[in-house]
Design a protein around this ligand. Structure first.
Ligand code: ADE
Ligand code: ZN
Length: 324
């Protein structure tokens, strides 16, 4: 599979927890699992919607206890990036899901950073707030992260979308901006186009994660085009969570035709059947994207990143030099 060098801007590190690692960490931490085998666990990865995925995603996370667990998780993801042409990664993590289980912020960030510091892949961390938890809980997570702000590039917003509009988190995003952090938010994955507008206008985000439902609102599409707001689209995720019946029905080509700054990402690759390179290959195969469109998607990923201008230029030269 030959795909261009790329950045991954939408991956949840907890979503890279492969079933084999669930079992290995359960053994290491002496945790009993309600699954007979790796195959038994994997057989449960049939999702009707976002919530049915989130239920098992949060349950599996219970095996992550120590800094070494978080290090090993991130190291496995970054090794895979290095082997498959992901040159830069901006990695989401969900600290509230760990704090709740008694795992300290320092354990989570310390473990993840041990892997980042050891990797040849350029990488940074984005702290996500869980939108189905309270705004106070999000503010507490940000407060606990303040000693580690030099290790975090930005904040994000994820988990169950419908019924949890961005407006709920205006105050904590205001605080994040005050602390000098960048901001992104999941919006328009299952939620309405209005949530995309709120994320832009109330949270001041620089990218929209998913954003696929924006297409229902022509004025919003025009704004996304005019302002070149990046969308981090996750094709295999959208199919596995039921937004599209099959990949051949995905609206990625329409987003590109509208002139939007679209990127392709994996979201939760251990659950959705493919890492970033496999998402690139799948859209090439199933949507007939041309090598030049793949090059555009890869160039967009660096343009939309939080790298500095020199960093972007160096990676963009690699994309330009790629031969299909
Ligand atoms: N696709 C997704 N949407 C919202 N929250 C998530 N957390 C992990 N994956 C997610
Ligand atoms: Zn996501």
């Amino acid at each position: 599979m030959n795909t261009p060098p790329k950045a991954e801007l939408h991956v949840h590190i907890e979503g890279t927890l492969e079933p084999e690692m669930v079992f290995a960490l359960a053994r290491r931490n002496d945790i009993a699992l309600p699954h007979e085998s790796v195959a038994d666990l994997r057989a449960k990865y049939e999702f009707a919607d976002l919530q049915s995925f989130l239920d098992i995603y949060y349950a599996n996370m219970a095996v992550l206890r120590t800094a070494a667990d978080f290090r090993d998780l991130a190291a496995a993801y970054l090794d895979r990036c290095a082997a498959h042409g992901v040159r830069h990664a901006e990695i989401f993590f969900d600290p509230q899901a760990h704090l709740k289980r008694g795992v300290a912020m320092e354990t989570v960030i310390g473990g993840l950073c041990a892997a980042l510091d050891d990797s040849e892949v350029s990488a940074s961390l984005i702290l996500c707030f869980l939108r189905d938890e309270s705004a106070e809980s999000a503010a507490e997570a940000l407060r606990l992260a303040e000693p580690f702000l030099d290790r975090i590039v930005g904040v994000g917003l994820d988990s169950a979308e419908v019924g949890h509009p961005p407006s709920k988190f205006t105050e904590v995003f205001r605080r994040a901006h005050e602390l000098g952090l960048r901001a992104v938010a999941h919006a328009g994955e299952e939620g309405p186009p209005e949530y995309v507008r709120e994320a832009l206008d109330l949270l001041g985000v620089q990218r929209i994660d998913h954003g696929i439902r924006a297409l229902e609102d022509p004025e919003l599409v025009e704004r996304l085009r005019r302002e070149q707001i990046p969308l981090t689209v996750c094709p295999l995720s959208n199919v596995r969570l039921g937004a599209f019946a099959e990949l051949g029905h995905h609206t990625l080509p329409r987003l590109l035709e509208h002139g939007l700054l679209v990127t392709v990402n994996s979201d939760d690759p251990a659950y959705f059947g493919g890492y970033a390179d496999e998402n690139f290959d799948a859209v090439r195969r199933e949507l007939g994207l041309t090598p030049e469109q793949l090059r555009t998607l890869a160039a967009n990923s660096f343009r939309a990143s939080f790298l500095d201008e020199d960093g972007k230029a160096a990676f963009l030269a690699e994309v330009e030099a790629w031969t299909p």
